[in-house]
Design a protein around this ligand. Structure first.
Ligand SMILES: [Zn+2]
Length: 382
């Protein structure tokens, strides 16, 4: 929208200095903010085939024109650090001094939050980061995401999607560099990842011609030409001050890098670029004991031990042995396993112990990343 506005101003030339301001008033749901104002409200999703929901939103409309940035969290409603970070960031943004507009949606998956259900919306069992562009005639998740797509994503130039290490994820903070193969877009996303400030950055490539890669928020927003940043800090149901600071400072750094606020930004000097397509799986179901912490120290061995299920003979085994940095060992105690044919037993893939293999390259640009980074990721972001 900003690019369009700039284009109109350029085309009109200096003979028409008073151009209409496309963002004189910005509305998301029930929140409308004029220039220099903050408005709070909700996106109401009426009941249909299942129950209604109401997503909290805020619009911080800067006094001066500039980019429109959407800040989104809580598609996983038990990733508390990200939800708290965006709730608190609203009060840290002074619309009188901002150039541009900030749309804030700190909690998409309200039922996950209120019922303490991980990963999915318990109303319909769907992942709220895996159903874009949504469906106005669908289930609650699909209806909600259709509204998020229309009212938030489409209005934005930049989409920041925050996550917070879920109840079962003992997570080391990292961000993602999402790449879709468009040089300008990829370069802008890379710059925001470096500005955000987390030194571990997972490189993830998307084939945006594949509908499956447009189902998560980042991929969907990229397919619309938006600049995307995804970052994650927090762990296991906690809201620790340091994790909170990382996310809040990261958001302010993004706004600083976009020159929407007056904030000097020092991009990460020595990023660790990671390919996180590797996850370790247990051989069988059982109880899991992590032998590595959340830190990114390099380990040659596996990431944990597991016993059988409660009440079975004590048969301790190791998870598959691989080297790498363990970005989030599983903190939940029970793991699913794989059956004799190697298929994962149970739903949800709980056996996985995510790790990230270091690419070992510094990236001046796209070509420096090993082809292995092009593999698509499974995992939590659905
Ligand atoms: Zn998440």
């Amino acid at each position: 929208m900003f690019a369009v506005a700039a284009l109109i101003m350029f085309a009109a030339g200096p003979a028409f200095p008073q151009q209409p301001d496309a963002h004189a008033a910005v509305t998301v749901g029930t929140a409308t903010a004029t220039r220099g104002q903050v408005a709070y409200g909700v996106i109401s999703i009426p009941a249909a085939m299942d129950s209604a929901t109401s997503l909290p939103v805020a619009v911080v409309n800067g006094a001066r024109p500039g980019p429109v940035v959407a800040l989104v969290a809580g598609s996983h409603g038990t990733e508390y650090t990200s939800i708290v970070a965006l709730t608190r960031i609203i009060g840290r943004l002074d619309p009188k001094t901002i150039s541009g507009t900030v749309l804030v949606a700190p909690l998409l998956n309200v039922a996950s939050f209120t019922q303490m259900i991980v990963h999915v919306n318990p109303i319909d069992g769907k992942g709220m980061n895996g159903q874009y562009p949504g469906d106005p005639a669908g289930t609650q998740t699909q209806r909600a995401l259709a509204a998020v797509a229309d009212q938030i994503v489409k209005q934005a130039d930049v989409v920041v999607d925050l996550h917070g290490g879920d109840l079962d994820e003992d997570l080391h903070p990292y961000s993602y560099w999402f790449r879709g193969g468009q040089a300008g877009q990829d370069s802008a996303s890379r710059a925001l990842a470096l500005a955000f400030g987390l030194d571990h950055i997972i490189v993830r490539d998307f084939d945006l011609s594949d509908a499956a890669s447009r189902r998560n928020l980042g991929g969907y927003a990229m397919s619309l030409g938006k600049t995307v940043l995804v970052a994650e800090a927090g762990r296991s149901g906690t809201v620790e001050p340091e994790d909170l600071r990382l996310l809040m400072d990261g958001v302010l750094n993004v706004l600083g890098a976009l020159r929407m606020i007056d904030r000097p930004v020092r991009p990460v000097a020595h990023p660790v670029w990671l390919d996180a397509s590797t996850r370790l799986a247990a051989d069988s179901a059982g109880m899991f004991f992590a032998t590595v912490g959340r830190g990114p120290r390099r380990r040659r061995g596996g990431g944990g031990l597991h016993d059988g299920l409660p009440g079975t003979p004590d048969g301790r085994g190791a998870l598959a042995r691989r080297g790498g940095r363990h970005l989030h060992p599983r903190s939940a105690f029970h793991v699913e396993g794989r059956d004799a044919r190697g298929d994962r037993t149970g739903a949800g893939g709980g056996a996985d112990l995510p790790e990230a293999r270091e690419l070992g390259v510094s990236l001046p640009g796209r070509s420096a990343v090993a082809p292995s980074a092009a593999r698509s990721l499974g995992g939590r972001h659905r």
